[in-house]
Design a protein around this ligand. Structure first.
Ligand SMILES: [Zn+2]
Length: 232
């Protein structure tokens, strides 16, 4: 499959995934990005049928409301946990440690429905990837094992988990809610043996296995394991 990446300000990505009935948009990047996203879909000659949000940080949901206004009938999908963050409910669940980090601007749009790990969205399998946010999801294209990993990994300034700050692009790790959970998710995603890593920030990396292993190793050295949460 061809990966269709839309990049804003050279640091934030959205993706268009081709399906038989049209396109699935993964994330919406920053505010004022609806136009370039719609243009990219136009170039592919197919309608955007659904928008999947990997998590509710503002640099991923920024153009959601504008896109929903421009795409009547479009379906909007997000995990139940991050749906609350999308609605600007920033309370933590009982047992959730630490505090939320990063920007949660919220959106007027409410999801059409929420999605759980193991569900399919067209060719994409929903994979739990909590840690960066409590309800982050990744998406695995079962046709070729392209992994849309959200902010579980960043590739800007080198492949890195968001459990540990990468000095060359610290933002995603600084916006991460719970590092031990993020590290556990990074391991789970590695175990899926993706052929291609398509992150929220940075370029798409082919055959990412060795780079993911190295990133996990770097983060393991500085992240406490014992505090890791049970996976939802
Ligand atoms: Zn994020």
């Amino acid at each position: 499959m061809t990966v269709h990446r839309i990049t804003r300000l050279r640091i934030v990505n959205a993706y268009l995934v081709a399906e038989d009935d049209g396109l699935t948009l993964i994330d919406t990047t920053l505010p004022r990005s609806a136009k370039p996203i719609l243009k990219a879909a136009g170039r592919l000659g197919a309608p955007i049928r659904r928008i999947v949000l990997t998590h509710a940080h503002q640099d991923h949901i920024g153009s959601l409301d504008d896109l929903v206004a421009a795409l009547p009938g479009v379906e909007v999908l997000i995990s139940p946990r991050d749906a609350r963050l999308l609605a600007k409910d920033l309370t933590l669940d009982p047992g959730e440690p630490g505090k939320l980090r990063g920007g949660y601007s919220g959106a007027r749009t409410r999801p059409s429905r929420t999605v759980e790990a193991g569900e399919r969205i067209g060719s994409l399998e929903v994979v739990a990837a909590p840690g960066h946010t409590p309800g982050q999801i990744a998406l695995l294209d079962e046709r070729d094992r392209t992994l849309y990993c959200a902010d579980a990994y960043s590739t800007l300034g080198g492949v890195a988990t968001t459990a540990k700050v990468n000095p060359r692009f610290p933002l995603p790790a600084l916006a991460t809610w719970h590092a031990p959970t993020a590290l556990a998710s990074a391991r789970e995603l590695r175990a899926l043996a993706p052929t291609r890593l398509a992150p929220g920030h940075g370029r798409v990396v082919e055959s990412p296995g060795a780079a993911m292993d190295a990133a996990i190793q770097r983060a393991s050295a500085s992240t406490p394991e014992s505090a890791s949460l049970p996976r939802r």
